[in-house]
Design a protein around this ligand. Structure first.
Ligand code: PLP
Length: 267
């Protein structure tokens, strides 16, 4: 494939120095699926494969300056938003993307690390609902994030998804890996409600960066103009593949094998 055929994906997310989640996960995923990643960092974190210990946000003006500079140069086809960390960064990103309303946006509303530590300040939740959901094509909350963003009024997954849709996003892919169920069920909702349920085998062990992998895969598929329901199926298939090829480089969780098979020709 010529490099010019690689659709550019603007990634707005944080760094995880263990390489399991965050920007490293996003770059690997977009690259593995044939896109060109344009990485804009929102934050540095201190973490290992077990948990996160500290988040240091980047100056909000520097986040938007990075993104605006790239948007003025590269033919960006989709945006993937991961960890924003603070309300101020969330607002700055919303304001910039408001000027690019034709761009598809995949929003992974990251609030908590796989190990349980908070990664974002609470005030970011209102900014996500009020300023970012109206710009989002697709949002990918896990069960905990869906409850926190939809509020306590909504009683079940579908009504929570409808609350998010009423805030302005076009699609919700509600993830179920963090629920206490035998298998994993992810459900896609569109403007008129339920669209499709996807069931996956719950693989043994704990994984770091699976949500990042899924959202980055979705953004890459959308950058390739794949329609959303098919993009959702393809991105989940890739994530399942990466989880089946996971490895455990440290003492904590497994890391998805997002580049599995890459470089095999070099022996
Ligand atoms: N983004 C960053 C920078 C992170 O450090 C993490 C988790 O540690 C996440 C996103 C979310 O990770 P996951 O894909 O495991 O939900």
């Amino acid at each position: 494939m010529a490099e010019t055929e690689r659709p550019c994906v603007l990634i707005i997310s944080g760094n995880d120095p263990s390489g399991g989640a965050g920007m490293a996960a996003d770059i690997q995923t977009v690259s593995a699926l044939g896109g060109h990643p344009a990485p804009v960092l929102t934050s540095l974190t201190v973490q290992d494969t077990a948990n996160a210990y500290r988040v240091s946000p980047v100056d909000p003006g520097l986040v938007t300056e990075q993104a605006a500079t790239v948007l003025a140069d590269l033919p960006v086809r989709a945006v993937k938003i991961g960890l924003l960390a603070t309300a101020e960064i969330g607002s700055a990103v919303a304001s910039l993307l408001g000027d690019h309303s034709n761009l598809p946006v995949v929003l992974d509303p990251v609030l908590v690390a796989a190990g349980g530590a908070d990664l974002a300040e609470q005030a970011l939740e209102a900014v996500i609902v009020e300023q970012l959901l109206p710009l989002a094509t697709l949002v990918t909350p896990n069960a905990l994030e869906l409850v926190r963003l939809a509020g306590s009024q909504a009683a079940d997954r579908e009504s929570r998804a409808r609350v998010l849709l009423s805030s302005g996003c076009d699609w919700v892919l509600a993830k179920g890996a963090d629920e206490d169920t035998v298998g994993v069920e992810n459900v896609l909702y569109g403007k008129s409600g339920f669209v499709e349920s996807f069931r996956w085998t719950r693989l043994p062990g704990h994984y770091h960066g699976s949500g990042c992998t899924l959202a980055a895969a979705l953004a890459t598929m959308i950058a390739k103009s794949v329609p959303i329901p098919r993009a959702a199926a393809d991105a989940q298939r890739y994530t399942d593949f990466a989880l089946r090829n996971a490895f455990r480089p440290g003492r904590g969780q497994n890391i998805p094998g997002r580049m599995a098979g890459a470089g095999h020709r070099l022996g």
